[in-house]
Design a protein around this ligand. Sequence first.
Ligand code: COA
Ligand code: AMP
Length: 636
Amino acid sequence: MSTYTNEFRRSIDHPEAFWAEQARRIPWFKEPQRILDYDEANHARWYGDGELNIAYAALDHHVEQGRGEQPALLWDSPVTDSKRTITYREMRDQVASFAGALRDLGVEKGDRVVIYMPMVPEALVAMYACARLGAVHSVVFGGFAPHELAVRIEDAAPKVVVAASCGVEVNKVLPYKPIIDAAIEQSAHKPDACVIFQREQHVAELGQRDHDWAALVEKATPADCVPVKGTDPLYVLYTSGTTGKPKGVVRDTGGYAVALAYSMDVIYDVAPGEVFFSASDVGWVVGHSYIVYAPLLRGATSVVYEGKPVKTPDAGAFWRLIEEYRVKSFFTAPTAFRAIKKEDPDGKLLAEYDISSLKALFLAGERLDPPTFHWLDDLLDVPVIDHWWQTETGWPIAANLHGLEPMPTKAGSATVPVPGFDVQILDREGEQVGPMEQGSVVIKQPMPPGCLTGVWGDPQRFHAAYMAAFPGYYLTGDGGYVDEDGYLFIMGRTDDVINVAGHRLSTGEMEEVVGAHPAVAECTVIGIHDALKGQLPVGLVIPKDGFHGREVELEEELIALVREKIGPIACFKQVLVVDRLPKTRSGKILRKLLRNIADGKEFGIPSTIDDPASLEEIHEAMKAREVGAAHDARQV
Ligand code: COA
Ligand code: AMP
């Protein structure tokens, strides 16, 4: 039996023994005796009686073990022309001081703190400071508009909001204070206080509720680590679901710490003292897991990058960082490399750098499309590893286990299930399908440590969204198949979630915004293929009877509305005003058919369609407006 197969079987056949062994990777205050329990809904709970503090495990512990002078973070910010190295000792001390400052504002174990910050070290300090106090952080990505921030503030009901005075994008400074003020104004819940970290690129004017980060820290006394239970929540991270309201994914502490420490070893093959670079953002799950927590739990060094793959200053940025910081393992989204490939198709800039430290490249966030895989595979001398995961799981479900037993790669496949994840493919009736047959990708209970333990404040939604479809299985929302060699191919979402430039968005949410415009009678938003960003949203809108305005103006208003309500990150830039939408006789809009037309695929007229002529009209409208590859679509 191969090393992988042996490890995988042990994890599935004897989960308690397997995860009891992995728990030794973490310095617990009180080692867990009960490894696996089930809650009332029969969902796995790991390490319930263990006690730990993840800030202690990731910082204080390493200082005590003699890593105090090793860099914990290497911050590199081409957009502000700054760099900083922060050692483990400095990080521990800054975290303890800021935790003291939060405590002075009344933050205690179990309280929520919303963090709205760009890629600055203080974002990580704030997250760890919450963890130190046993408070629950909820980080909101900086590209979200006030309305999105408001929805999260209202749901998480934080005592304090921590923010920076601004974010910095390529050639533009984005003041955050107006966004925060507008969000708090819109939210029914009002936090007691806001802490603002002032950046020199834009100094915010502070109001009554606001406190200056530096002034608070100056008068605070450092706080100690508060022990929490293995099952106590570390954070809530909101992610797009199928409805307008994002889901607050709840992450526990003990299971997450163990899963991350395990993954750094068997997947990423990073040892203490080595350098890991994940080019994501602290606002996404990849940032939480592989910029903030996993590298430091492992005693490694994490590169924190405030920049883009291109234009800061050019498509050689990642190669420069790998050379400068001697990065061993690098992780980003395929879209970042598609952007690089567009600007530097032959990878000429790579020749200017020495990237011999690099031992593996990891990609996730969306499917690694075969052309991008081959481009990278030809360019680099290291394994190019696609691995599949979700905000909900917190760490990879399928990967090539580079640190355990590397396997041959197959373009388009995320390789094999990671130990702990009993991945199966089911048909509509819940029966397992054979090799090469597509179906719903599910995970048989119990989910391994590290995965979500609930939806914040909404146990019903947790059950309905993930557990109800196939009892005993977690529904991933992805479709895919397994080939004859057991390799897993993830082919895309089976719901209304789309993936734009590695960012997860909900077309349902965009439909709610568009549908709320007074001139709109009916609408649908679909995700169509895009060569750079993977997918882009396109809106199709029927105006109300009596609408006599100019269509182009309505389209512009709708684009502006989505930008205002959801944020620029939605990339909602194309709307078509149409007379009819193709529907089934029961009134369901034929979204998949619309997607196929926009993607230039062959399409037939389904027998269930109510109004066949509507399809022809939409096809013509898409061709005329150059939507996607609609000009190539053919009716069969
Ligand atoms: N704060 C505020 N605004 C932000 C933002 C942030 N953190 N991130 C992006 N935006 C804005 C951008 O400025 C842009 O605004 P614009 O419409 O005014 O130009 C808009 O949101 C869309 O951004 P994006 O989709 O990132 O497009 P881009 O053209 O700026 O960059 C890529 C394209 C491919 C280079 C970029 O999307 C990228 O690096 N993607 C990788 C994503 C990633 O790592 N995801 C993590 C998952 S692992
Ligand atoms: P997020 O929760 O933002 O991490 O997005 C999760 C979704 O992104 C998954 O459900 C998939 O649809 C998609 N995804 C992430 N990584 C991959 C991958 N390696 N291959 C295919 N799809 C992926």
